[in-house]
Structures are given as structure tokens and as C-alpha cells.
Design a protein around this ligand. Structure first.
Ligand code: 2P0
Length: 329
């Protein structure tokens, strides 16, 4: 009863920021993301009668505060499989955790896939995304390869709120997401509590919901037809609309630091000069710059010359989550 899975992080092109059901993790709107090759989490789960309690070890540290209810998610999987053994869970992530690089997405995707396999559940990919979603919403997209769409769904039981790949990893191999690391500090407001505050208090939330479907259509079509300008510009505008929601939340949520704004200003100036690039920012200060492969090197050189940029990681569309035979223990 032991299995290991590897999953990549994903960066949203149309963002998820708000739930209509917090228990089942049902979103207010659909979202679209790119699964990022190389930003991965590997997780081994074993259920055994020998274990006296559940243990979770992430990047060599035993979990002390279960903010995202990892053990609640394991309990749900035990219930589905009708088993009662305790679990040992060991997880390793190869990029900065909790600073807005979607570590919980890759983490919950790898955890769910490994735990479901270790528990003997046989799930379709769609069912796996539904189960993963109940651990962490954006993680449902990390199950899928290339470009993923998480459908909002309408049913109250959440069975139609699932993710699927809308284009495989080799559909658009020249698409690049350059993650610029500007800070490795842990964020002060979690996405989970931040988005709940936004839905409850931002006067702009209705405006967000009114335009998000259109962004989904533009980006889905843009990915299918490889229209970089349409995808980049719409993703950038969608990101700014989400941050406008954060800025109008009470109490206010500001994830940006000076280096975030420095990169925004430069991306806009470089684009003005003819170097096509767009930015997107999530629940943290890091900026991800979208470009095509032919401009990757020039942009990475320019970004690394900025004072606030500590490091860049360029990703292409990556694989969906997969089981592995090499266990972590
Ligand atoms: C996204 N984010 O679409 C957006 C953009 C952050 C900003 O999904 O409560 O960690 O576990 O469902 O998935 C972060 O939210 O929240 C997120 P839960 P999650 O990528």
C-alpha cells in the first residue's frame, strides 16, 4: 500500500479567486493554466498497520501546522477506499514553497495521486481531478498536461467541477513562462483566507464574474490556435483584474513588493519597444513573464539585470501528474 507520484506546478492564465462552496472547494468561476515543466513535487504515501499515527514530512521537515488540511484530505481518501491504516507521507519540492509559485498545486496533485494509488482506488483522470480539487482547488489543474481548464461546474455535489487538458505538452512547445523570484519570504495572507475575504468584501467582485467567461473563451481559443498576443494580453489583463479585487478587499491584500512593480514597468516598456512579452502574478510577489521561445534568452538576460530579480526559472508546457517507481522511502 505504497505509491509515489510526481506533479508539476501550474500558473493560471485565467485565475481562480473565490469559492462558492468552501467545503467541497467549488469555484466561483472556471480557470485555465499552463502546467510548468520542471517545477515539480514528488510525494510517496504509504498506508500501513505498523504506523501508530499519520506523519507528513515536507522537504525534510515534519508538518507542524496543517494549514491546508492535508490530513483531512488523507482521511477522505481512506474513507473512499474503506481503509483505516495510518499513513506516512514524504514530499519533496524543487522550488520555493509558499511564496506564490503554486507549490500547493503540485503538492496536492502529487499527494492525491499517490494516496489514491496507495489506497487501491482506481480512478479515471477526471475523477482524480475532482478528488484533488477537494484538497486544493488549483491543484486539480496540475493533474493535467500542457494547458488545463478547470470547469466551474454547476452541480451542488461538485461532480462536474473537474479539470481537463485542452492542449497537450507538445501542442505549443515554444510557449515560455519565466518565473522571476524576487522574494523567498513566506506570504502573510494565504490564498484560502484571502479569496474568502475578497468574495465577502470586494465591491468589484460582480464585475470580475461578468468578464471572466469571456477571458476563458479568448484564452482557450488562443491556446488552440497558438495566438500568443491574444493569450498573453488577456492573461495579463485577467491577472490585473484579480489584483484589483485583492486591492479592494477588506482588510486589503497587497502581495506586490517594489521588485514586482519594477518588473511590470519593464515588461510594458520592452513590449512598447517591440519585444513581445506579458506578465502574470499570483498570490505572492513573484512575476511570471510569458514569451515565445525565440525571445526567452534575451528576456532572461534583461530580467536578471534588474535589481530586484534574484533568480529566474523558465518553464515550457509540462507533463501532467504521473506515478513513479522510485519511492522517497
Ligand atoms: C490560481 N491562485 O488560479 C490562483 C491565482 C492564487 C492566485 O489558485 O483554497 O491554493 O486550496 O482551493 O488553489 C491559489 O488557491 O486555494 C490559487 P484552495 P489555492 O492559480
Amino acid at each position: 500500500m505504497k505509491a509515489t507520484a510526481v506533479a508539476n506546478a501550474n500558473i493560471a492564465l485565467v485565475k481562480y479567486w473565490g469559492k462558492r462552496d468552501a467545503r467541497l472547494i467549488l469555484p466561483q468561476n472556471g480557470s485555465i493554466s499552463m502546467t510548468c515543466d520542471g517545477l515539480s513535487t514528488k510525494t510517496t504515501v504509504e498506508f500501513s498497520g505498523e504506523y501508530r499515527k499519520d506523519t507528513v514530512i515536507i522537504n525534510d521537515e515534519e508538518l507542524q501546522r496543517d494549514e491546508k488540511d492535508i490530513l483531512g484530505h488523507i482521511e477522505k481518501i481512506r474513507g473512499l477506499a474503506a481503509i483505516s491504516h495510518h499513513a506516512k507521507i514524504v514530499s519533496e519540492t524543487n522550488f520555493p514553497v509558499a511564496a506564490g509559485l503554486a507549490s500547493s498545486a503540485s503538492g496536492f496533485a502529487a499527494l492525491t495521486m499517490a494516496a489514491a494509488a496507495a489506497a487501491g482506488l482506481e480512478l479515471s483522470q477526471k475523477e482524480l481531478t475532482v478528488l484533488t480539487r477537494q484538497g486544493s482547488g488549483s491543484a486539480s489543474r496540475s493533474i493535467c498536461e500542457g494547458f488545463a481548464e478547470w470547469h466551474k461546474g454547476n452541480s451542488s455535489d461538485g461532480s462536474d467541477s473537474y479539470a481537463e487538458s485542452i492542449a497537450g505538452r507538445d501542442h505549443w512547445p515554444g510557449f515560455r513562462m519565466i518565473a522571476c523570484i524576487v522574494s523567498e519570504a513566506k506570504k502573510k495572507v494565504s490564498s484560502r483566507s484571502g479569496m474568502a475575504q475578497t468574495v465577502a468584501t470586494s465591491p468589484y467582485y460582480d464585475g470580475w464574474l461578468k468578464t471572466v467567461e469571456q477571458d476563458i473563451g479568448t484564452i482557450r481559443n488562443g491556446i488552440k490556435s497558438k495566438n500568443f498576443s491574444a493569450v498573453g494580453l488577456t492573461a495579463e489583463q485577467n491577472c490585473l483584474k484579480m489584483h484589483a479585487l485583492m486591492l479592494t478587499t477588506k482588510p486589503v491584500i497587497v502581495y506586490w513588493i517594489p521588485a514586482t512593480v519594477e518588473i511590470i514597468q519593464h515588461v510594458l516598456a520592452w513590449r512598447e519597444e517591440g519585444l513581445e512579452c506579458y506578465f502574470t502574478i499570483d498570490g505572492g510577489p513573484q512575476v511570471k513573464v510569458m514569451c515565445l521561445q525565440e525571445n526567452e534568452k534575451e528576456l532572461q538576460d534583461k530580467l536578471l539585470r534588474l535589481e530586484g530579480v534574484k533568480k529566474t526559472i523558465a518553464c515550457r508546457p509540462g507533463d501532467g501528474a504521473a506515478l513513479s517507481n522510485s519511492h522517497l522511502f
